[in-house]
Ligand binder design. Structure first.
Ligand code: CIR
Length: 265
């Protein structure tokens, strides 16, 4: 059966993204074993990503690179958009705390809710909208206070929205190691360790060597997957007619993946 994503989210009509800056290799990363990323190759990969999104007839806005933010192209982390609401995050990483404000003037037509609690922090990479609930990863980047503030903001759009907290370790963001490829069908990188019970979903355990492939990006009836992950490809083929496969090697070197590079709403 083929699905159109996404039950809890409205159809995607707009994309907001930001070009990687020439100093993007100065961003945060734990993946130093993969070597230093190449800027020209990263731009090539980035441009293909944007081109493929444009091909879906979405309104795509790409902001100029900003060297003040070497991680600034990972726009998924500083802002979470749900319906007409844009929640401004506060990252657990100090170096990324000024990114939300730099995006505010580009959130046209959205009701902006800033996270005000100074003890709270959260990154959009830890927030996974599933078919019937939102999962928030509790990690080095996101804490319970951040999840609570987000929940309150989401409730201004959908009063009964369910939010589950998922404490985990082993990968940077929740979505680095867990995404929902079709309603209640999860892809799991075994490197992500959690006690959270995913008993409401069908969980597809990826081979360790395919862990990075767990971050897939559904956009309406299309699925974006990374190149080189045959198990992911096989699952994608079960649910989607439109599969876009992209090489993300240079972003992987900076702990980034498909979902990180855009805000989709
Ligand atoms: C960081 O450490 O914040 C960036 N180098 C990578 C962010 C990736 N974003 C994501 O998974 N949503």
């Amino acid at each position: 059966m083929k699905h159109t994503y996404h039950p809890l989210l409205p159809d995607v009509t707009r994309i907001l993204a930001r070009q990687p800056a020439p100093n993007f290799a100065d961003g945060l990363t734990t993946a130093t074993h993969l070597g230093k990323p190449d800027y020209d190759l990263a731009l090539q990969q980035y441009n293909t990503y944007i081109e493929k999104l444009r091909g879906l007839n979405l309104e795509v806005t790409v902001l100029d690179a900003d060297a003040d933010f070497p991680d600034g192209h990972f726009v998924e982390d500083p802002v979470i958009v749900y319906g007409d609401m844009a929640f401004l995050c506060r990252s657990g990483a100090n170096a990324r705390r000024k990114e939300p404000q730099s995006l505010v003037s580009h959130l046209h037509g959205l009701r902006v809710i800033p996270l005000q609690d100074e003890t709270a922090f959260i990154d959009g990479g830890d927030v996974l909208f599933c078919a019937d609930r939102v999962l928030v990863g509790i990690s080095e980047r996101s804490n319970l206070a951040g999840a609570t503030a987000l929940h309150r903001a989401l409730q201004t759009v959908k009063a009964d929205i369910r939010l589950d907290c998922v404490s985990f370790s082993g990968v940077l963001h929740l979505k680095s190691g867990l995404t929902e490829i079709a309603p209640s069908v999860m892809l799991h990188d075994p490197a992500l360790k959690t006690d959270y019970a995913l008993d409401w979903a069908e969980v597809i355990e990826l081979p360790s060597a395919e862990g990075y492939g767990a971050d897939v990006m559904p956009v309406n009836d299309t699925i974006f997957i990374s190149t080189g992950f045959p198990t992911v490809r096989q699952v994608a083929e079960k649910y989607y007619q439109n599969i876009i496969e992209l090489n993300m090697s240079e972003f992987q070197k900076m702990d980034g993946a498909l979902t990180c590079l855009s805000l989709r709403y």
